[in-house]
Design a protein around this ligand. Structure first.
Ligand SMILES: OC[C@H]1O[C@H](O[C@H]2O[C@H](CO)[C@@H](O)[C@H](O)[C@H]2O)[C@H](O)[C@@H](O)[C@@H]1O
Length: 633
């Protein structure tokens, strides 16, 4: 039932309230096509439909309430800010968020989820009375197009069917269904109701292409059951059974929830422009598929028994590369599209004032040689776990390495996508070595056809060049790039890739130099040194937090060189910076003790999985339970 008094005000008249939550206050939800974030106070401040990279309908995360928000929680006076929930959790083994408020009127729960189905997209919010009678309010302010003033389509409308809807900027429409009375209040759909013990009030927001035909309204309880069952069954497939099982499970679920199921692509994170430095200019759009990040994701999933995701990713990769590895991009859209012009959304004031807010990503056209290593390594792992895929994967590896053969001697922008001049990054060359090494192994095993001798020589040539030009004998460490004195945390992959054996003095020297020169308070690692007001190696001014996946690489490297106790201490630190829900953004500020950067980020969650598995394997090896070789995971 819907009551509709006359509109009161326009979106711009509404008192703008800057959101105050930190990145770690955000709970993540996904329907495997797009994602949404809900704050501790029941505010959804970020959601993009129909895809991860679609313009947001709720963008208050990067601005104020006028840029789109949906708040559900105990009703308070308009002067009071909404109360944070007293308890919040994911329902075990799922991506369903449960927030509970204990008020003087009684106790109430809010169950939030994006439904995992094959049809219309749906965001469901179910309010449950636990005790007493609690006055509640839902304020839905959809502002399609990232809340762009004026150009966004008008406010809520009543469709001929009697249902409330909000037009999209494009070819779709949002539809709200609820049994509780609603009123249109300017740009808002407001509902005030009281929930008593044992009662439920549900809201279902759907998105459907087209403007005329409303979507069907399946029962919220059925959507909840289907969605919970999906996640519990998915999480139950994990083969990991060692310590920190909850941390691994939550990371795996979140990685899966960054997958765009229709194509098998994985986005690097669900957001754009969460800052790497509060008030700085390092804001980037991560709602795309990086072959690098997705390859690491696939390897992490495979290590816990998930083959289906690897299969789907191989399909996505093949079609994105389209038989022409020489035109490979550093970043693709989830459907394999290549266009992603970097643009600034000038009307958004940014997260805690961090501007610009960017969409698209200019790094897509860069040359990043390390990508060949990461992709080939993931493809190699895929066919090891799933030998039936060798006929698909082997020719792809051979094509990629044939292409790399022509490129490997070029300077590049590297893993960190620097916006400064190209360099001969040591990490890029080591990853090139890794790609050739895996191709050679495949040919030697008779599982691929290729120029064996030539590639054996190529592998040796890359190795020799890195050891000659990328190693500083005096300091006993590899360096960031040929001839440079700088260090880089990506050098830790010299240990984890098998480029040199863990007992090699150059490996140990590099691990120690990285720790000495790049670690901060608490043992967190910078990826490289930035230069404050002067542009550094990355071509950018400003500084940033420590980079979470680098700490995971350190843990893996320490475990590999036999410093297992130290690795375990660092692992405790890494696990300790996760949010109360087990989520991680890209970076960590060790001084302000807060997360920074886009969230949840696949890299960081991959870091949890690889670090836990590496320490577990090393510990078992040191207890004589498994062979030391297996300890390097
Ligand atoms: O620091 C500058 C670059 O930062 C972003 O790249 C980072 O995120 C990527 C996705 O997770 C990751 O693949 C890369 O290794 C990171 O450095 C940003 O996307 C770039 O545009 C930017 O130049």
């Amino acid at each position: 039932m819907i009551n509709i008094p006359s509109p009161r005000t326009s979106a711009e008249d509404v008192r703008p309230v800057q959101r105050v939550g930190r990145i770690e206050d955000l709970a993540y939800m996904s329907d495997l096509r797009s994602g949404a974030l809900v704050d501790r106070d029941g505010t959804i401040s970020w959601m993009c439909w129909p895809r991860f990279d679609s313009p947001a309908h709720f963008a208050a995360l990067l601005g104020t309430e006028k840029h789109g928000v949906w708040r559900v929680g105990p009703a308070r006076s308009s002067e009071q800010s909404p109360a944070p929930a007293d308890r919040r959790r994911y329902i075990d083994g799922t991506l369903v968020v449960e927030s509970s408020w204990i008020t003087s009127d009684g106790t109430v729960q809010l169950v939030d989820f994006m439904a995992v189905t094959d049809d219309d997209l749906r965001l469901v919010r179910i309010v449950r009375g636990v005790s007493g009678r609690v006055p509640m309010r839902s304020t839905l302010r959809a502002r399609p197009g990232y809340g762009r003033p004026r150009q966004a389509p008008g406010g809520p409308q009543v469709h001929a069917s009697g249902r409330l809807s909000v037009a999209d900027q494009g070819d779709g429409r949002l539809w709200l269904d609820t049994q509780t009375p609603c009123r249109v209040d300017g740009p808002d759909i407001v509902s005030e109701f009281t929930v008593s013990e044992g009662e439920e009030v549900a809201f279902v927001l759907s998105w459907r292409r087209g403007h005329d035909e409303p979507p069907p309204t399946p029962a919220p309880a059925g959507l909840l059951t289907t969605t919970q069952d999906f996640w519990v069954a998915w999480a139950g497939q994990s083969t990991y059974s060692g310590p920190h099982r909850d941390a691994v499970e939550r990371s795996l679920i979140t990685l899966k929830a960054l997958q765009y199921q229709p194509t098998g692509a994985f986005v690097a994170a669900a957001t754009t422009s969460l800052p790497e430095e509060i008030g700085g200019n390092r804001q980037w759009d991560y709602r795309f598929c990086w072959p690098r990040d997705s390859a690491l994701t696939v390897e992490a999933l495979l290590s816990c028994g998930y083959k289906e995701e690897a299969r789907a990713w191989v399909g996505w990769l093949k079609s994105a590369i389209a038989g022409r590895p020489e035109t490979m991009q550093a970043i693709y859209r989830v459907d394999g599209g290549r266009e992603m012009r970097e643009t600034e959304l000038g009307w958004l004031p940014g997260f805690e004032g961090s501007v610009p807010v960017r969409t698209g990503n200019g790094a897509a056209g860069q040359l990043q040689l390390d990508v060949y290593g990461e992709i080939v390594s993931a493809l190699y792992a895929t066919q090891e776990h799933d030998p039936g895929l060798t006929p698909v994967v082997a020719p792809l590896i051979v094509d990629l390495v044939a292409c790399l053969e022509q490129l490997w001697e070029l300077p590049d922008e590297g893993i960190w996508e620097v916006r400064g001049p190209r360099r001969h990054f040591v990490h890029s060359k080591v990853m090139a070595w890794l790609a050739v090494d895996r191709a050679v192994r495949l040919i030697e095993a008779g599982r691929a056809e290729g120029p064996l001798e030539r590639w054996q020589e190529l592998r040796d040539a890359i190795h020799q060049q890195v050891c000659e030009r990328g190693y500083d004998e005096e300091r006993n460490t590899f360096t960031q790039s040929y001839g440079s004195a700088e260090l880089d945390a990506s050098l830790l992959q010299i240990v984890t890739s098998g480029f040199l054996p863990p007992e090699d003095k150059r490996v140990i020297g590099t691990v120690e130099a990285v720790q000495r020169e790049l670690s901060t308070q608490g043992g967190f690692l910078l990826r490289y040194r930035t230069d404050g007001q002067k542009p550094g190696v990355d071509g950018l001014t400003g500084d940033e937090g420590t980079f979470v996946i680098c700490l995971a690489w350190l843990i893996k490297a320490l475990a590999a060189i036999g410093r297992v106790d130290e690795a375990e201490i660092h692992l405790g630190v890494l696990l300790g910076i996760r949010s109360d829900l087990g989520l991680l953004a890209e970076e960590w500020d060790p001084y302000a003790s807060r997360q920074l950067g886009n969230s949840p980020q696949a890299f960081s969650l991959v870091g949890i999985v690889v670090a836990v598995l590496a320490v577990t394997a090393a510990r078992r090896a040191s207890n004589g339970q498994i062979t030391p070789k297996a300890a390097t995971v």
